[in-house]
Design a protein around this ligand. Structure first.
Ligand code: SF4
Length: 191
């Protein structure tokens, strides 16, 4: 059931994920360059609709939900509609809803995933690899055990509510789905 309590729990968990990934980025000195928004221009960046529940609630409470519903419909297949583009050619932009960004946006850059042999494998974004003055093999061997695992953090979100285990969709589509759900519910319950 969509509720303010669920919203708070999701946002708290997302914040913890941000802190874990930021700590690792700082320890490995693989922090994203100022103003870089290259990842956000990829229209395939995906999340589950539930990760956008906090944003959808915020939009509803500020009478912006209908506007964003229309924007989401018009932006399907395009880059994230929450991105404020500064310079598309240079991949520069800012997230206009940084506080409410979904999990994937908090784990951009550096993360680890389990490979088919059940070993943690580092995944580092191309921009960070190019700018790193570090020996990436060193980071791989010394820090892999400390890098936050994508699967673990995704599971933690599911633990809040099994209903959160939904299929990931490109962000604009995920927002559209969540806003439609919330607006429909609001028409019956009025939050
Ligand atoms: S929500 Fe923000 S950080 Fe995530 S893809 Fe969109 S613009 Fe980028």
């Amino acid at each position: 059931m969509l509720s303010k309590e669920l919203t708070k729990n999701i946002l708290d968990e997302l914040e913890l994920a941000s802190q874990a990934f930021a700590r690792f980025q700082s320890a490995s000195q693989l922090t994203c360059p100022e103003g870089c928004g290259k990842c956000c221009f990829n229209p395939e960046v995906s999340c589950t609709p539930y990760e956008l529940l906090p944003l959808a609630f915020y939009l509803l409470e500020n009478n912006l939900a209908e506007d964003f519903l229309e924007k989401a419909k018009a932006s399907l297949g395009e880059h994230c509609l929450l991105l404020t583009v500064i310079d598309k050619d240079k991949g520069k932009g800012n997230c206009s809803q940084y506080k409410f960004r979904p999990f994937v946006c908090r784990a951009f850059g550096v993360a680890a995933r389990s490979n088919k042999n059940n070993l943690n494998e580092l995944s580092i974004c191309k921009t960070l690899k190019e700018q790193s003055s570090f020996n990436l093999d060193d980071i791989h061997t010394k820090l892999t055990g400390e890098v936050p695992l994508l699967e673990v953090w995704k599971k933690r979100l599911e633990v809040i509510d099994p209903a959160l285990n939904t299929i990931e969709k490109p962000i604009n589509e995920a927002l559209l789905i969540m806003l439609e759900k919330l607006l429909l519910l609001n028409s019956y319950l009025s939050f």
